[in-house]
Design a protein around this ligand. Structure first.
Ligand code: SAH
Length: 242
């Protein structure tokens, strides 16, 4: 049987007794109907995956950590930079980025965004739930919105940027990525209104920028993000064979 997986912030080691949050206790006891002694799997992004026994006690519940099931592994060092889009699409992007193995989602403010304000707690909860169900051993960080210009001005040297540019002259993504080297990367997806000419020029001027096309059709930001993540994983990430 596949164990229910839960993300916790606590350290995980044999003998640790972790108190479940109220939501976790409710989920395990009332939604999934676990009973005392049933096993779940826990991960915290640092210590690998551990088996733990469910120990309900009225409203509270404890998780008694027993043995390690899997060592921690390092996923690809891949950021998804995405301009703010309306909530349902942004939530979709965060969920899919977690499933598709992004390490971080960095929200961007650009000239043509038509969404303001984000609920970071809600996005973090979506990322956590996706990580739990997808089997990964960490949860992607969701970073608060920052201006594109700031993000470009303190760019980490050595991180390459797959710039998804629908404007026409960029080479096909697969060709460009196949010729590139693995390492720290980011993917950049613009808002529904696209980037301005100045923004495009600033992104293209970044030393590590690799403009790519995702084909002849204009995609919605959520579709573009999913397609780009899949292409990157297939060409440079953990979808490749040895
Ligand atoms: N400016 C466009 C819409 C932007 S689509 C218009 O209104 O016509 C939102 C984002 O998805 C773009 O900024 C780009 O990053 C990405 N995108 C969409 N289709 C794409 C394509 N065919 N190739 C590369 N990127 C694409």
């Amino acid at each position: 049987v596949k164990l229910i997986r839960l993300f916790v912030s606590h350290d995980l080691n044999a003998g640790a007794a972790i108190s479940a949050t109220r939501e976790q206790a409710h989920y395990l006891g009332h939604v999934m109907r676990l009973t005392a002694g049933d096993e779940v799997a826990l991960f915290n992004g640092r210590d690998g995956e551990w088996a733990a026994a469910f120990q309900p006690d009225r409203r509270e519940a404890r998780l008694a950590v027993s043995r390690r099931l899997r060592p921690q592994d390092e996923g690809p060092d891949l950021d998804l930079l995405v301009a703010l889009v309306k909530r349902p699409r942004l939530e979709m992007i965060v969920e899919k980025a977690a499933e598709l193995g992004a390490a971080r989602v960095r929200l961007l403010i650009t000239e043509r965004i038509n969404a303001r304000g984000v609920n970071l707690d809600r996005l973090a909860a979506i990322a956590t739930e996706a990580a739990e169900q997808t089997g990964r051993l960490d949860v992607p960080a969701i970073l608060p919105p920052r201006r594109l210009s700031e993000v470009l001005s303190d760019w980490t040297a050595g991180r390459r940027l797959m710039f998804c540019d629908e404007a026409g002259e960029a080479p096909p993504a697969r060709d460009a990525l196949t010729a590139a080297a693995p390492g720290p990367w980011a993917i950049l997806i613009g808002p529904e209104g696209g980037f301005t000419a100045d923004e495009r020029a600033a992104v293209r001027a970044l030393p590590g920028a690799l403009p790519v096309s995702l084909g002849p059709r204009i995609l919605r930001a959520d579709t573009a993000a999913i397609a780009a993540l899949a292409l990157w994983q297939a060409c440079l990430g953990d979808w490749r064979g040895a």
